[in-house]
Design a protein around this ligand. Structure first.
Ligand SMILES: Cc1cc2nc3c(=O)[nH]c(=O)nc-3n(C[C@H](O)[C@H](O)[C@H](O)COP(=O)(O)OP(=O)(O)OC[C@H]3O[C@@H](n4cnc5c(N)ncnc54)[C@H](O)[C@@H]3O)c2cc1C
Length: 410
């Protein structure tokens, strides 16, 4: 049977980082990946541009065990992650909102830099090796693949990712962790769109507009964010809405709504006065175009249609009509049945509780010599590079610790 010093299960973001860091402590590191190639999800990140970290790393942008993660995040500012990539030969660029990307704006460049560094460090990659069983044995761990292959490793890192976007990754990480006595909190899709009735979004399918989006339950605002809102059949997405989806974690269903302020730059009275001015200046225009100067044309037309004005003209709209119109534009409310599914999700809410891991090394508190990293753990971040940052920070921490001579073994 093959034997190695350290095995990392999962060649995604955190696994590549962990394996590379572990290799700095010497050879004998094996990276096992179920897919035919490493980094499949990494290539899809940031729409192929890979938003790899953010200059504003802070627990406030994370959900789950965010308070426990604070010391680790403090040790890993964005600059440290950027320094790691610089040492792998990759320069970065930062946009106006602190989001950090590879200088080339290519996720492929991130994967190439990581993999070249891994090769130079003598790391061995075994693709198509889907680990189905992992068991602690004297002096290490016995790993068994779906095809019956076996590998014995003195130390083991589980970097299997979460449940989001199963076409890119998704494996048995939770089951493998449970096998070592870890618990897994309830899992739900995060950074995904919100599901709204199809009949409401069908006419708006494909439309994008700026709005302040507020997620409400029984009329109470749970969170709000401004940005671009995208309508699809049966769903609403866009970065601001995806960030709001994280608020659904652990929430009892019912009474949920997404309230869109489609004219957030204007106070209600200001908007009403503008609409009155429009009616006075252009009395012959059809009422369906009332919102034309304020928001996306199609979205405005649908709003006007919902007010039931039929074939009326601006001159036929009363003061009360215009008050209602302004009210609707400032608070267009769509009932929400929950998050869109795992296929559209970019992150997993829930996972192995951080309290079950020593966050100074990422070593399991349940099993000596075992390390856990990335999305498998109960921490998920907002859009903006926070999730990959977590993957790098936990992967590098685990790898450094695994690579240390004389560290703990199973
Ligand atoms: C479309 C999309 C875009 C995203 N964009 C961004 C972005 O721009 N910025 C950002 O910060 N975050 C982004 N994310 C989130 C980010 O990709 C994840 O947070 C990150 O990849 C998690 O890293 P990980 O190492 O924990 O897991 P993964 O990257 O998912 O890697 C896990 C790996 O383990 C392998 N594996 C699992 N089980 C087994 C097994 N039993 N045996 C062998 N191999 C196994 C999987 O095949 C996979 O390759 C995006 C996510 C998606 C889906």
């Amino acid at each position: 049977m093959r034997r190695c010093r350290a095995a990392v299960v999962g060649a995604g973001a955190s696994g590549l980082a962990a394996a590379l860091a572990a290799s700095q402590g010497g050879g004998g590191v094996v990276l096992l990946e179920a897919n035919p190639k490493p980094g499949k999800k990494l290539l899809a990140t940031g729409n192929g541009r890979c938003n790899l970290t953010n200059r504003q790393i802070s627990p406030e942008f994370y959900h789950g065990d965010a308070a426990l993660a604070a010391p680790l995040l403090a040790r890993w500012p964005a600059e440290r992650v950027e320094g790691f990539f610089r040492s792998a030969g990759l320069l970065t660029r930062t946009d106006g909102e602190g989001r950090v990307y590879p200088r080339s704006l290519q996720a492929a460049a991130v994967l190439q830099a990581l993999w070249s560094a891994c090769e130079a460090a003598g790391l061995e990659l075994l693709c198509g090796f889907r680990v189905e069983r992992a068991a602690a044995e004297a002096g290490g761990f016995l790993l068994t693949g779906a095809d019956g292959r076996e590998l014995f490793a003195q130390r083991l890192a589980l970097a299997c990712g979460g449940q989001a976007s199963p076409k890119h990754s998704g494996g048995l990480g939770y089951e493998l962790a449970r096998g070592f006595g870890h618990s897994v909190t309830g899992l739900s899709p995060s950074l995904t769109g919100l599901a709204v009735p199809e009949r409401l979004t069908r006419p708006l399918k494909g439309m994008r507009c700026k709005a302040r989006a507020a997620l409400c339950q029984w009329g109470r605002e749970l969170g709000a964010e401004s940005g671009e809102v995208i309508f699809s059949q049966g769903g609403v997405s866009g970065v601001c809405v995806m960030n709001l989806s994280a608020r659904l974690r652990g929430l009892a269903g019912g009474g949920l709504a997404l309230r869109l302020d489609l004219a957030e730059e204007m106070a209600s009275e200001e908007l009403e006065a503008f609409l009155r001015g429009q009616c006075a200046a252009f009395p012959e225009r059809p009422a369906g175009g009332l919102f034309a100067g304020v928001m996306n044309l199609r979205v405005g037309q649908e709003l006007a249609k919902s007010l039931g004005w039929g074939g009326r003209r601006f001159s036929q709209l009363s003061r009360e009509d215009l008050r209602r119109a302004a009210e609707l534009a400032k608070g267009f409310s769509l009932p929400v049945s929950g998050p869109l599914g795992w296929d559209q999700a970019q992150a997993t809410a829930g996972g192995v509780p951080l309290g079950e891991v020593d966050l100074s090394t990422m070593e399991s508190r349940r099993q000596k010599g075992l390390y856990l990293t990335g999305e498998l753990l109960d921490l998920d971040g907002d859009c903006g590079g926070y999730n990959l940052h977590w993957a790098w920070a936990t992967g590098l921490t685990a790898g450094e610790s695994m690579g240390k001579k004389g560290g703990s073994g199973a």
